[in-house]
Design a protein around this ligand. Structure first.
Ligand code: 4NP
Length: 157
């Protein structure tokens, strides 16, 4: 069975598109990675230019992604749902139907143990530095996630 991972933030244009791009670039080929927003603010939109530029700088193309909203059926579709901050966590958990759904949801920085923050800061209203910071946090978290859950996958790549 292919493993499926969903990245979730508020708008699905800044943080979770970067998380999707980073995870897609390091996970084995048979993994399916997607992203969604808890809000309906940016449905159908391309990722924020600053996320596109940051990803491109590190050789990752996220331009084909389009914003979509998190939905309850995502609990059926995905094995892991990784959220960026506490507010995303609360919004996703509020849609969970049972313990099986709830067990799939994790704060992504749980997997980046060397970081001092639990939340990936929302870079939307800030400058370019914020996107570099997000990229750095997410790179460490994605690597930590694969090592934790799929150590055999981590060794391949
Ligand atoms: P994201 O950032 O959740 O990382 O995609 C945001 C993007 C847009 C808005 C908020 C956060 N907004 O309020 O439109």
């Amino acid at each position: 069975m292919k493993k499926k991972i969903l990245m979730v933030c508020l708008g699905n244009i800044c943080r979770s598109p970067l998380a999707e791009g980073i995870m897609s670039s390091i996970a084995p080929e048979d993994f399916i990675i997607d992203s969604a927003g808890t809000s309906d603010y940016h449905i159908g939109e391309s990722p924020d230019k600053r996320s596109v530029e940051t990803a491109r700088k590190y050789g990752i193309d996220i331009t084909s992604q389009r914003g979509r909203q998190f939905k309850t059926s995502d609990f059926d579709e995905f094995d892991h749902i990784l959220v960026m901050d506490q507010s995303n966590f609360n919004d996703v958990i509020a849609k969970a139907r049972d313990e099986e759904d709830r067990k799939k949801v994790r704060m992504i920085l749980e997997y980046a143990p060397d970081t001092s923050t639990r939340e990936v800061p929302d870079p939307y209203y800030g400058g370019k530095d914020g996107f570099e910071k997000v990229y750095d946090l997410l790179t460490r978290a994605c690597d930590g996630f694969l090592r934790n859950h799929y150590p055999e996958a981590g060794r391949q790549s």
